[in-house]
Design a protein around this ligand. Sequence first.
Ligand SMILES: [Zn+2]
Length: 314
Amino acid sequence: MTDTTETAATTGPDGPIATPAGERSARWQVGEVTITAVVESETAGIPPAFMFPDADEALILGHPWLVPTWADAQGNLAMRVQAFVLQVAGRTIVLDPCVGNGRQREVPWFSDLRTPFLERLVAAGIDPGSVTEVLHTHLHVDHVGWGTRREGDAWVPTFPAATYRYVDGELAWLSSRDDDDARRIHADSVQPILDAGLAESVAVDADLGDGLRFAPTPGHTPGHVSLWIESGDAVALVTGDTIHHPFQLAEPAVAFVSDDDVALARTSRDDVLAEAAARSALVLGTHFPTEPVGRLAPDGEVWRFEAAPGEPVG
Ligand SMILES: [Zn+2]
């Protein structure tokens, strides 16, 4: 994954930064909508039970199509944190702006990050000042952070010209959580947006215009949404955290470690997969590593994932 022959250069504040192959930006076209994946981090070699308590290496290796793209030969998984940037009709929309740099967080691998995410965004041709909207499938730590950035002692909006749309109820749910991580996420990633007057609330089934539509997929969090993109003849689905890894297409009953309501998350996963299959949708996996975009191929009563590689950018 970090083989230096497999790197590309991104320009950071201190000069060129080598980008591992799994962290390169890529671009897809869905009708009139251009979608760019900008990666914050990709991690390989994760034992399945670390993220999915009911999964093990044998379960993963029972689906040989996962190897080598989404799992290694030992049955360990890779996982990515990325934002999808959607551009259509003059709008530039950042969906799920990752963890962010320099935050104190409960889990060490999200704490005090120093990644070149913003440099990658710029290298992909996306100026933070040109972003018109920021959307969130939910308000977990890895879906909100780059909404703000550090300036001196203050956290300020990264996208000062954008409207940040928070799904009804999800903001109240974050505020209601009585733990240090939720308080810190609210303080450094959400409150500065509220203070700047950039926040708007939006319904769980909102029509966002230009073929973009939220659909409620509760369970991972109470107000979790997925995003449908319908443009021309093309249909695409951004999963959010309804589905965390392509192996769940073959094992949809397996829950992620932090699913808030496991049964409800399972129902949402079943429903959204059935709809994506029925509509032959392009599926964009928010945490899917390596090849995050593809199509569902029937495999008995479940599915395999067939990658649809994007055009490399940046
Ligand atoms: Zn997540």
